[in-house]
Ligand binder design. Structure first.
Ligand SMILES: Nc1ncnc2c1ncn2[C@@H]1O[C@H](COP(=O)(O)OP(=O)(O)O)[C@@H](O)[C@H]1O
Ligand SMILES: [Mg+2]
Length: 233
């Protein structure tokens, strides 16, 4: 697979949180990770970004082993990450937030910035407003936009629709589908499992740091066991 974490095993110093789980995504595809609270979904994302000491397992990007890369080196290699919380600089304007996303770039990033404004027109309108003054959904747009400023080949999103209304969620998913059309590989953790699997090419159900079900989004949505235990029937 284009970007893959295989047999990921490790945690935060105590007992292992990830117990041999495997996740991955192809270019131009959306892979969704679902599972109960505390399953290790965010921890798996951190492992992909290199923020976790793995005892076992490996992370590859475009056929290259990046297991020993620092998070900075992984970002430079094409991985972008939107964390679950504190994902915007609230005291900075929308435009400054986007510029922060371009910190690794030495070329002219204004074209990318304008593309992000085309994708999220409300951000262009509010470019001089403090990110902290925006609605939850608009902040998530800033966070995704900031991540896109590095022109990543892999975009990792940890619960991008947390705390937003169903309408805003649908809009955000539409934008994520647009990003997929550009060929980016999107790896996303979602609490709104049913809606997320609906747009997923590939889905992973994680439980206690292990893969419980792995299939296409469509097949997981149709699986009676998955429906009963993880999708509310
Ligand atoms: N920084 C941390 N230090 C120690 N334990 C943590 C830390 N972050 C998460 N955990 C623990 O790891 C487990 C998995 O957490 P997490 O990956 O956040 O789950 P999920 O995202 O699936 O809800 C939980 O038991 C949680 O308490
Ligand atoms: Mg989480």
């Amino acid at each position: 697979m284009f970007c893959m974490g295989e047999n990921l095993t490790g945690g935060y110093g105590g007992a292992d949180i990830l117990k041999g789980c495997t996740i991955g995504v192809e270019q131009g595809e959306i892979a969704v990770i679902v599972g109960p609270n505390g399953a290790g979904k965010s921890t798996a994302m951190k492992a992909m970004l290199g923020m976790l000491d793995l005892r076992e397992g490996q992370v590859t990007l475009d056929g290259k082993d990046i297991t020993n890369f620092s998070p900075q080196a992984r970002i430079a290699a094409g991985i972008a990450f939107v964390p679950q919380t504190s994902n915007v600089f609230t005291g900075m304007s929308v435009e400054e937030n986007l510029e922060m996303g371009a910190f690794l770039r030495e070329d002219d990033f204004t074209v990318t910035r304008d593309e992000i404004y085309d994708l999220f027109p409300i951000l262009r309108e509010k470019r001089n407003q403090l990110a902290g003054e925006l609605s939850g959904g608009q902040r998530q747009q800033v966070a995704v936009g900031r991540a896109l400023m590095t022109q990543p080949s892999v975009l990792m999103l940890d619960e991008p629709t947390a705390g937003v209304s169903p309408i805003v969620m649908d809009e955000l998913f539409d934008r994520i589908l647009e990003i997929r059309e550009t060929g980016v590989a999107i790896l996303m953790v979602e609490q709104n499992a049913r809606q997320a699997l609906n747009i997923a090419d590939r889905g992973y159900v994680l439980v206690t740091g292990e893969n419980r079900f792995t299939d296409t989004g469509e097949a997981l949505l149709a699986n009676p066991e998955v429906r009963k235990s993880f999708l509310g029937g």
